[in-house]
Design a protein around this ligand. Structure first.
Ligand code: ZN
Length: 144
């Protein structure tokens, strides 16, 4: 009689006493070392590194192109540029250093810097290469 409603079907809006919320230690908050938000070799980095490599290659050929026109390469000594194999190594090393820097940033959790390393490097190498191509063979000024 008095306790007839216990266990009965109570409409939801009538259930004033909240059901006991069982806080189960499900381990939702894992406060261990935070895992990296992405793998170092994810698609984005793949493309960025490919871009840096391509930009470096572009720079390599544009510099050779520049050298053939008799201009001076200001960033590396002409000896290195004239030794094509050595120059290729310099360009490859640049890509490697860039990737190494990205990896360090990644390891220490600076994922924005990690990307920017490649982006800036890509930008610099590409700009340099484009500049090389744009430096047309000296236009002799025809003075009247
Ligand atoms: Zn990262």
């Amino acid at each position: 009689m008095g306790a007839s409603r216990v266990g009965g079907q109570v409409p939801a809006h009538e259930a004033s006493t909240p059901a006991p919320i069982i806080v189960a230690p499900t381990g939702k908050h894992q406060n261990k070392e935070q895992p990296p938000p992405h793998h170092f070799w994810d698609k984005k980095n793949d493309w960025l590194f490919a871009g840096v490599g391509a930009a470096r290659t572009f720079d390599y050929f544009s510099t050779l192109n520049l050298r053939r026109r008799g201009d001076q390469e200001v960033l590396v000594t002409n000896d290195v540029v004239d030794n094509h194999a050595a120059f290729a190594v310099v360009e490859a090393a640049g890509t490697g250093v860039s990737m190494g820097t990205s990896y360090l940033f990644h390891r220490y959790g600076h994922h924005k810097l990690e990307r920017w390393t490649s982006i800036v490097h890509f930008g610099l190498a590409t700009t340099g290469a484009v500049r090389n191509y744009c430096l047309k063979t000296a236009h002799p000024k025809t003075t009247p």
